[in-house]
Design a protein around this ligand. Structure first.
Ligand SMILES: N[C@H](CCC[C@H](N)C(=O)O)C(=O)O
Length: 277
């Protein structure tokens, strides 16, 4: 089976073109094996680029633990790059079907290959039942959650997948690696959640580290950067356009008057090969 390794701001996945490749029935197991950094190709998970009846292609994303997520912001930029660079779509505006509907992407090629992508990520979801979270308020803003013997204020938002945003003075290892997994699996998030730790730098800039549901710490999270930006905006900390500094690079996030969130960032292909199964 042919695969392509790609990343968006260091959030790396093993991509498989399901237009041409034959896939096994247990996709979770395939993701776990291929994404293993010691015994496999290595990555934060696996993303399938599939045919769609409603869009240029359909994205399916699997975490490192084999669970399937609804959406992936860095992944969808890479899928946009893949379909253009590999001739599945020829226009610079493409549509990708995801677990949260069909998204429109604006591609920015350089010398014939896509280098940056702007994605209409749709409207943030504030309804606690849809997120899903047991926290109250719509949106649940800075709600106290008891974790590891302390009270942490969490803002819950869905960008198609669930996020809990925590504003901190410094996104330390203790926050990310110790509190992160406890919040991911906390009973306030019945389907678990991706957890972002955000340091406000100014009204237009923030630094973020993320603990992802099913994958652990990753170097960037597109949906997480959108959720963090919107969390900062509804908490009165940010203007409507912000720059997110993540471990693996920067993402520009804008919450437009239409209510839709636009994310712009890099997409890169690293190498391709064959998986011997
Ligand atoms: N890294 C991805 C999000 C993956 C989310 C996944 N961990 C989930 O279970 O929701 C992003 O760039 O948006």
């Amino acid at each position: 089976m042919k695969f392509t390794k790609m990343h968006g701001a260091g959030n790396d996945y093993v991509y498989v073109n399901a237009f041409t490749e034959k896939l096994p029935s247990d996709l979770g197991e395939l993701a776990r094996k291929m994404a293993d950094r010691h015994f496999g190709i290595g990555g934060d998970g696996m993303i399938l680029i599939c045919p769609s009846e409603r869009a240029d292609a359909r994205m399916r994303m699997f975490n490192l633990d084999g669970s399937e997520g609804e959406m992936c912001g860095n992944g969808v930029r890479c899928v946009g790059k893949y379909v253009y660079d590999h001739g599945i779509a020829t226009k610079e505006t493409v549509t990708i079907e995801t677990g949260r509907g069909v998204l429109t992407l604006q591609l920015f090629p350089e010398n014939g290959k896509v280098a940056r992508v702007r994605v209409n990520m749709g409207k943030p979801i504030f309804n606690p039942i849809e997120i899903p979270t047991t926290l109250t308020g719509e949106p649940p803003k800075r709600q106290p959650v008891q974790v590891a013997g302390r009270t942490v204020e969490v803002t819950a938002i869905s960008m198609g997948n669930p996020h809990g945003v925590v504003f901190v003075d410094e996104p330390t290892d203790e926050w990310v690696l110790s509190i992160g997994p406890k919040l991911e699996t906390h009973p306030v998030f019945p389907r678990r959640a991706n957890i972002e730790f955000v340091k406000v730098l100014s009204r237009t800039e923030f630094q973020m580290r993320v603990w992802e549901r099913g994958s652990g710490e990753t170097w960037a999270c597109g949906t997480g950067a959108c959720a963090s930006a919107v969390a900062g905006m509804i908490n009165g900390l940010f203007d409507r356009k912000v720059l997110a500094h993540l471990r693996g690079g920067d993402l520009e996030i804008e919450w437009a008057d239409s209510g839709e969130v636009f994310m712009t960032g890099p997409a890169a292909e690293v190498f391709s090969g064959e998986w011997p199964e």
